[in-house]
Write a protein that binds this ligand. Sequence first.
Ligand SMILES: Nc1ncnc2c1ncn2[C@@H]1O[C@H](COP(=O)(O)OP(=O)(O)O)[C@@H](O)[C@H]1O
Ligand SMILES: O=C(O)C1=C[C@@H](OP(=O)(O)O)[C@@H](O)[C@H](O)C1
Ligand SMILES: [Mg+2]
Length: 183
Amino acid sequence: MTKTAVNEQIYPPLIIFIGMMGAGKTTIGRALARELSIEFIDLDHEIVQRCGVAIPTIFDIEGEDGFRKRETAVLAEVIQQKNIVLATGGGAILATENQALLKKGLVVYLKASADELFCRIAKDSNRPLLKTENPQDKVKQLLAVRSPIYEKLADITVETGNQTIYATVKKLKKAIIALQENT
Ligand SMILES: Nc1ncnc2c1ncn2[C@@H]1O[C@H](COP(=O)(O)OP(=O)(O)O)[C@@H](O)[C@H]1O
Ligand SMILES: O=C(O)C1=C[C@@H](OP(=O)(O)O)[C@@H](O)[C@H](O)C1
Ligand SMILES: [Mg+2]
């Protein structure tokens, strides 16, 4: 685990998970929120709640652009809250407007290799960007474009490939409590 700059917003906690599809943002974010006894919000879930349809349906009807507009609007809304763990979607870091919003919190980048990510999500039909002829290549391409942005935004980076979900949650809990105690 590496820690870079620490911003002012650690206490009260606004902990934001970023990373590729399959990095574990939803799973680890939810588990960490439980450990810290604070609310968990999943950005994709909030978008779906507001639209009343699943993410692939939003992509089908409005395309990626339409989804991104909704994503920015819901992010701007939910990020006003404190005492939450927020899991974003993998592409939420793309818009510069979103990048500024994300810096309001402690940003945790969950990192994994393209092969590991693909293994985790290969059988999941809920990720419309992977409905292509070669989804494994698509993961590689997206990772290449997005990695520098994830790295730039991250306050804490966690390599998830070689450890269990439980171990990652425990490690993060310790790191975040230590940061709070030093703030
Ligand atoms: N560190 C990990 N090790 C192994 N499997 C993981 C890990 N993190 C997540 N997974 C699995 O990968 C899949 C995708 O996780 P998810 O939390 O939905 O990722 P994201 O929200 O980043 O797309 C789930 O089946 C989850 O159980
Ligand atoms: O990487 C992306 O662009 C996306 C990731 C998804 O969320 P997860 O990262 O939670 O899978 C979801 O927001 C949408 O399918 C687009
Ligand atoms: Mg997710």
